[in-house]
Design a binder for this molecule. Sequence first.
Ligand SMILES: [Zn+2]
Length: 211
Amino acid sequence: MTNIKLYSFKLLLIALISNIVFSQTCVAQYSLEKFSGKLNIPLNKEELISTVQKIPKNEAYMLLKDSQKLAGSIISNYKDKFTYRNRIASERNLKKMIKTVNRLNFHYNVKGNFYSNCSENTIAYTVNIPKFKNDIWICPMALIQTKEKVAQFIIHEVAHLAFRASECRATYIEVLTLTTQSEISDPLRNEPYWKMCKTEKLISKKLKAFN
Ligand SMILES: [Zn+2]
C-alpha cells in the first residue's frame, strides 16, 4: 500500500470505530413529565433549585446511600422468592443487578446544578458507555424525594446498567420487584411506558402466576 492509501485506510477505520462508539452512546433518562403517584413536585425551577440548595451535603449523601440499600434489598428479596420461569427478571439478570447496585457511583450535587441530561422533570439518567457501567447521574428533582421513591428510580436505572434493559424491561422489573413487597405500597406509574409497554397487563399476569 502506498502512504496515501494507508492514510485513507486509517482515516476510514477511525471513522468506522467512532461511528460504532457514538451510535451506542445512548442516555436513559427517568423523566417525570407524565407521572402519576405521590411525588414532591416544586412549583417551578427556581423553587426546585432553592430547595435543593438548602439540603446539607451529608443529608443528600445519606438519602442516596439509604435508597441504594433499600433498592438492593428489594431486588434480593424478589430474587429469593419469585424468579422461577421469569425470563426478563431472571435470576441471572437479578444477580447482575444486585452486583451493580452494590457498586453504584452517584454523581450528585446540592448546589442546584443540572447535569447535561437533567431537566427540571428528570430524576436521573445513565449513559451506555462501558466506563460508566456503575454510574448514575442524579438530577436535582431526585434529591427532594423520599428514599422509597429514589429506590424505585435506582432499580429502573440499574436494570439499564446491569444488562442494558430496554425502557419496557426496566419499567417491568421496577414495578414487579416493588409490587411484590410491602415496603413500598404505591410505586409510581410512568404513564407513557405503562401504556406503550402494557406494563399493567404483564404485571397482573405475572402476579397471578405467583399466587
Ligand atoms: Zn429508563
